[in-house]
Design a binder for this molecule. Structure first.
Ligand SMILES: NC(=O)c1ccc[n+]([C@@H]2O[C@H](COP(=O)([O-])OP(=O)(O)OC[C@H]3O[C@@H](n4cnc5c(N)ncnc54)[C@H](OP(=O)(O)O)[C@@H]3O)[C@@H](O)[C@H]2O)c1
Length: 217
């Protein structure tokens, strides 16, 4: 299995580093190819850099570690390549105003997950995952004891299985928040299952089980 990571900023680089540490081959792409190449060089033989279309084509799963607006453009530009792929979306509907204050970029009640899922071509397997911790916490919390939880949301069985595999490979415990209708629960700034919703705490399985009883492990 190979995973493409499109975007190698805060989230993409942390996900890539954790997956490689868990033995997953990754193909990295960014707007500026040199930043993908630099990260690939740093991560070693399990990582390589490629253009966005080549990375998607080479992978079973694609993590779009980019902001929501570029993600809309990337999905439109690469739609024909995404059928049959698992698409992993860590996006949050947030932006920053002129004073640096965080703002919500979608109407209340609309999740980034519902937007991204609706843009995908038929045959793509959508899952919201890897966005439930702030980037610093994500980078610092892999392979803890007890394991830190990463929540995910999907309506798609194959996407759920892939998300669980990738979350475990990255050194976290997966916990399903629900279907795409529950994506807003794991998104910043308002989701109760996002790190912000736990007042900044990085939760373990006991806390996740209490918040979403009965979910698959
Ligand atoms: N930061 C957080 O704490 C956090 C936490 C949870 C979820 N998220 C979500 O994760 C996503 C990424 O956030 P981030 O903080 O990692 O952003 P970031 O550090 O700004 O990185 C964004 C990446 O997207 C790449 N990119 C932009 N346009 C692209 C294009 N057209 N083609 C290919 N790559 C493109 C950039 O490439 P270049 O470097 O080449 O420009 C950069 O590598 C966002 O949706 C955010 O809401 C962020």
């Amino acid at each position: 299995m190979t995973t493409a990571i499109v975007g190698v900023g805060n989230i993409g680089s942390a996900v890539a580093r954790h997956l490689v540490a868990g033995g997953e081959p990754v193909v990295l792409a960014a707007k500026d190819q040199s930043s993908a190449q630099a990260l690939a060089d740093d991560l070693g033989p399990l990582a390589r850099a490629a253009s966005v279309p080549d990375a998607i084509s080479a992978a079973d799963a694609v993590v779009f570690a980019v902001w929501l607006d570029p993600m809309r453009d990337l999905i439109a530009a690469n739609a024909s390549l995404l059928a049959g792929k698992v698409v992993v979306d860590p996006s949050n509907p947030i932006g920053f105003d002129a004073s640096g204050q965080m703002t919500r970029t979608l109407p209340d009640g609309q999740s980034a997950g519902s937007v991204v899922a609706s843009l995908l071509p038929a045959g793509a397997h959508y899952v919201k995952a890897f966005g439930t911790l702030g980037a610093d916490a994500l980078a610092a919390s892999s392979r803890r004891d007890p394991l830190a939880v990463l929540f995910y949301a999907t309506d798609d069985e194959r996407a759920g299985e892939t998300a669980e595999r990738l979350i475990r490979t990255a050194g976290f415990a997966p916990w399903k928040a629900g279907g795409v209708a529950a994506a807003g629960r794991i998104e910043a700034p308002l989701g109760d299952l996002h790190q912000y919703g736990f007042n900044g705490e990085v939760v373990d399985l006991d806390r996740a089980r209490a918040a979403v009883p009965g979910s698959r492990v």
